[in-house]
Design a protein around this ligand. Structure first.
Ligand code: F6P
Length: 546
């Protein structure tokens, strides 16, 4: 915790855990018909039902005290005011400015950033309108039918996830593809169905130095140059980066380079020009609505008391389970096929942000920090890993996400989807007792011995926590609000854990070692000096690569 000591924070919570360990959610629901009203809240068009958690009013009050003692409100103000809360990189954290809809100046390092932000948005609007209308075409005059975004991490996961999520807003004659992996199979398999004459590439990299992205970009450049000639390159590439000079050196036309700023973290950059492929796929107007949805959640986060604040509530429940109950993973389970990459996106947002083990002061943390985030859409997950969530030895808090209205008129699909999501949170909470199992088996006519043998396998412990996020429909606005909700949740948890949520030094060592290993893998240098495992694997590769 940022302020006060850990003992006064997490230890004060353990007495609430003790009390709640002696009861169950099933009992608490039975005793309190107002539990849903008491433990649900709305913001930016999203309903959060958090009543199916191991909480009561006293435990929650203690959690809000913890947030206040940790300085969540003060740090939130510091973030908004452009203070360099990313201390190890000496940067402000201002992704909220990218989606800000108001008319007040937003100051970073002494200057209002909004004119630049809106200037880039205007450039994106003009460019995407021109590509979508056919005013901007490929070298031979053909209209673009395919856009390939080349980027990785935050320069890939956000736009890739959002494009999938907003499929109802896309056009059949303009498809977006995403290439991220340095594995040549990725770009190969995407390009094999595309026509260079009709393909537009976006090279998306905050730094414009990321090895995977530059390797893929060079392969794409060669693909265009081989098919259409070197002179076609400027007509088939655009770039998004904070490193404008490097984009120009790559051969990108100045008017097709879209900038952003070092106060936007990679995993918070979907709102910046990194969203260019989204705007191309769904149209600028829908991209603007997506930004407005993010801003609506910002207003909720900034203006709502902690007790009714969706990101704060979700963050505190996460802390409660991580630090007081010792649960180490968190599942995100959208009952929304179009959110099939949402958990992958949140893995970067959450695990790159709060996967830290030193405090802001550089001291080892004495408490657990970010959980393992994972998930897949329901109902598919129900037929795969839900077994463990229901009856495994670990308790896994879950977030269920569901829209009230689908985009397609295909009864009875959506009603079935909703029945399933409601059933899952109910089953996790209620469980099934031994008495219930025995009664059920008796009713099925099983004999005493069979019932005795089978009953333990059919008992569900229940009391397994979940949140449900309900929204009217998965629109651009709703998606923007959902992403911002999780961003702020991560922020609040980072403050409570007293870590820097905005750097990612943990990814550097692997990059350094890969660079050093490349000449050895290419057989140009000896592998001597590495550990015996690395040397053995290297030798295997060199003997088998041809
Ligand atoms: O994985 C580390 C990281 O720096 C991410 O934070 C970032 O989103 C990704 O690499 C890509 O970086 P860039 O946009 O600079 O290519």
């Amino acid at each position: 915790m940022a302020k006060g000591s850990k003992d006064s924070g997490f230890n004060a919570l353990s007495k609430h855990r003790k009390r709640l360990s002696e009861t169950s959610m099933r009992e608490m629901f039975a005793q309190d018909s107002g539990r849903f009203e008491r433990f649900s809240a709305s913001g930016a068009g999203i309903l959060l039902d958090y009543s199916k958690n191991r909480i009561d009013a006293d435990a929650l009050a203690a959690l809000f005290d913890l947030a206040r003692a940790a300085g969540v409100e003060e740090r939130r103000t510091q973030m908004c005011e452009g203070e360099h809360i990313n201390i190890t990189e000496d940067r402000a954290v201002m992704h909220m400015a990218l989606r800000y809809q108001g008319d007040r100046p937003v100051t970073v390092d002494g200057g209002d950033v909004m004119p630049d932000v809106r200037g880039v948005l205007k450039a994106i609007e003009n460019y995407t309108n021109a590509v979508r209308s056919g005013d901007i075409r490929g070298q031979g005059g053909e209209q673009f039918t395919d856009v390939v975004n080349i980027g990785i991490g935050g320069s890939d996961l956000g736009p890739a996830m959002v494009t999938l999520a907003l499929e109802p807003y896309t056009r059949a004659d303009l498809r977006a593809h995403y290439v991220s992996n340095v594995d040549g199979a990725h770009i190969h398999d995407v390009l094999k169905r595309l026509d260079p004459k009709k393909t537009l590439f976006i090279v998306a990299s905050k730094t414009f130095t990321t090895d995977e992205t530059m390797t893929n970009a060079n392969s794409a450049r060669k693909w265009i140059a081989d098919a259409l000639g070197e002179e076609a390159v400027p007509n088939h590439f655009a770039a998004v980066s904070t490193n404008i000079e490097a984009c120009a050196r790559f051969g990108i036309r100045e008017d097709r380079i879209f900038g952003f700023w070092d106060w936007v973290g990679g995993r918070y950059s979907v709102w910046s020009a990194i969203g260019l492929p989204i705007a191309l796929a769904v149209g600028y107007d829908n991209f603007a609505k997506f930004l407005a949805g993010g801003d609506a959640m910002d207003r909720h986060f900034l203006e709502t008391p902690l007790e009714d604040n969706l990101p704060v509530i979700m963050a505190l429940l996460g802390v409660w389970y991580r630090n007081v109950w010792g649960f180490s993973t968190h599942a995100v389970l959208p009952y929304d096929q179009r959110l099939s990459r949402f958990a992958a996106y949140l893995q970067q947002q959450d695990m790159e942000s709060n996967g830290k083990s030193v405090t802001l002061a550089g001291k080892p943390v004495e408490w657990s920090t970010g959980p393992i985030v994972w998930g897949e859409p329901g109902t598919n997950g129900q037929h795969a890993f839900y077994q463990l969530i229901h009856q495994g030895t670990d308790v896994i808090p879950c977030d269920f996400l569901i829209a009230a209205r689908p985009h397609e008129s295909l009864p009875p699909h959506h009603d079935k989807l909703v029945a399933n999501v409601l059933a899952q949170s109910e089953a996790l909470m209620l469980g099934k007792s031994k008495d219930e199992v025995v009664a059920e088996l008796k009713a099925q006519g099983l004999d005493k011995d069979s019932i005795k043998a089978l009953a333990p396998h059919k008992v569900f412990p229940g009391n397994r926590p979940s949140n449900t996020l309900f929204y009217p429909q998965l629109t651009p606005e709703t998606l923007g609000a959902l992403i911002a909700l999780y961003e702020h949740k991560v922020f609040v948890q980072g403050v409570i854990w007293n870590v820097n949520s905005y750097d990612q030094w943990g990814v550097e060592l692997g990059k350094q070692l890969a660079k050093a290993l490349l000449p050895k893998v290419q057989g140009e240098a000896s592998g001597e000096g590495h550990d015996s495992s690395t040397q053995g694997l290297l030798a295997y590769y060199l003997a088998n690569k041809a």
